[in-house]
Design a binder for this molecule. Sequence first.
Ligand code: ADP
Ligand code: MG
Length: 699
Amino acid sequence: MQVASKIFGELTFNKNVMREKLNSEVYEKLISTIQIGKSLDETIAAEVAHAMKEWAILNGATHFTHWFQPQRGGSAEKHDAFISFTDDGQVIERFSAKQLIQSEPDASSFPSGGIRSTFEARGYTAWDPTSPAFLIEAARTRTLVIPSVFLSWTGEVLDIKTPLLRSMRALNKAGIKLQRLLGNRAAKKMIVFAGPEQEYFIVSKKLYDTRPDLRICGRTIFGASPEKGQQMEDHYFGSIHHKVLCYMEDLDLELHRRGIPAKTRHNEVSPNQFEVAPIYEEANLAVDHNLQMMDIMKKVATKHDMVVLLQEKPFAGVNGSGKHVNYSLGDNSGSNYLEPSASPMKNINFLLTLGALLLGVDKYGALLRAAVADAGNDHRLGANEAPPAIMSVYFGEYLTKLLDEIEGVSSWTEQSMANISMGVKNLPKIAKDYSDRNRTSPIAFTGNKFEFRAVGSSQNPSEAVMTMNLLVTYGYEVLEKRISEEKGEIRERAHVVLRDVIKETKRVRFEGNNYSEEWHAEAKKRGLPNSRNTPSAVEAYLKKDAVKLFESHGILSERELRAKVEIKLETYTKTKEIEYRVGVNVARTQILPAVSKQIIMTGNALRKLKECGLDSKLLEADLRCFESLYSEIHERSADLEKILNNGHNVKSSLEHALYLGEEGEKALSALRNVVDQAEKVLSADLWPMAKYQELITAI
Ligand code: ADP
Ligand code: MG
């Protein structure tokens, strides 16, 4: 048996190791870089590199790699051995400060959205000391992994981590400035916390192997609805299947060894859908850990003959998978500005932080939508299972009353609030919101944090956190400016400003059912953006105001934003093309042959009957039905193929993406429709791949 506290973080170059391996001065300097955000004192790099190498080699490492987050998604690594030749030709293990701090992968094939061509200077990676180095294991040796950012030589952003780190800097500046105005001298650094709840599906490897769509696209392109899907609602929080629990045990162990604080595990809504959630951490680390977690989840599954699906919508007709990102912020004193405390009405930081987010969502909500836009997540957002693409904030009854009181539209009495808390004395006043929170809202206040629910299960949550940071930064700046311009006692000034903010931002508050038709109509009336798909969502980055927001806070330049949009469109287009090609190929090479075998079988049966002097109208009708399925599948495949070919005649990348997203989806769904009909009537023996019912119930 493994005790978590004994093995936790054993594969990381964590504080305990640092304290042991570094002299105290170097240790202090490194810790202040990590905790207070001081820039790295490069004179200590040599000693840190030496200590890291010693520790890594002692633990069996032969190689090191900078590990970074290219814009294509996921993570990237290129390994180098520690070996080096001495002057007299001996092989020794060497790892210099320079190798720790910087690396130059020939990374010319990563998408740069036109920022870098292959013949231009290469990109470089630079150590991010705020995220601990760790070891990855193979059969016999280990590799030292150094979390890094990825930039071009001209300093342009090529990754997803850099904007997050920059947004932290911007938020820090705006947050501390507001704190000073409020008279807080103690706050030195703003800290953002994130807790990403990770949903996923498990399928048996044997069944998975029968499905080219799952193997290639990570989601099924075809598949008739199962007889028993999630309608009984008996999976959610149900008793965990023994085999899955064995997997989860192994997974938690590996996560803990890597210092990833996995805490919660449970069955999710759809059969074979599960969730793992860690204890929240500082945002940058939480993001790095989430990326590692997704990788570890897949690797551990292979040992159990299972495959983990992280795609947002692997199966039509049952729930998709998201990644609720819990977000809170505070300062180095340990305070959480989203903690309402026993008297939220007097808690000015709390109220201003709510106000800041409201200002941000009101003006730049479309950027939040854009941050979670990709081909996979489009299937989920807007379906009746995930928050819609319309960004609104849910506060719950208690906080709504409180905001109404500040606005002056309702009166707030201890009694009315007590009624909401149902008179439960020993619970914090806000606790009721824990129980009646609205699961349909994309941005819900849940106790002492906001839960941003629109993030897709396979996505890097970094972009969502970066955008939340940016929105709050914008809000803090507006508040700081407005409060400075008011006269009087600081708290009164803050309340006056808050009253206006609450009035102005009302359109982004919604307490009702976000899945309902009424909300879509209402949101339209309120003028809230609602982008159906990725190509239309990412346009938000190029709006004048958005460019100004990103540029003025030093997050991304206009050129970098254009590159970002280009990469998102290109990734979207490629994903669609791959899916459509798989659709056409599977239909032609697996489904049509199955239908023709069925025609032969039924035709033979009919002939046999006739030979015996019998006849069957029904058998004849079946034969006709199989023939018409054959023709339809044939035609619908040709339609889809035509769309793929026509796509290349479209001029801009935006038009191409839109064309594939709209016309392509229609054609694929028409093809799917007939293929799924065929699945329901063909002999089960002839069906060339595992069906939904098996996929979502067998383990
Ligand atoms: P749920 O009922 O949605 O699963 P939980 O209370 O279990 O909600 O929390 C879900 C996630 O939120 C966990 O990862 C948890 O660590 C994280 N979380 C809790 N408090 C905070 C906070 N103050 N800031 C950020 N994340 C938090
Ligand atoms: Mg949950």
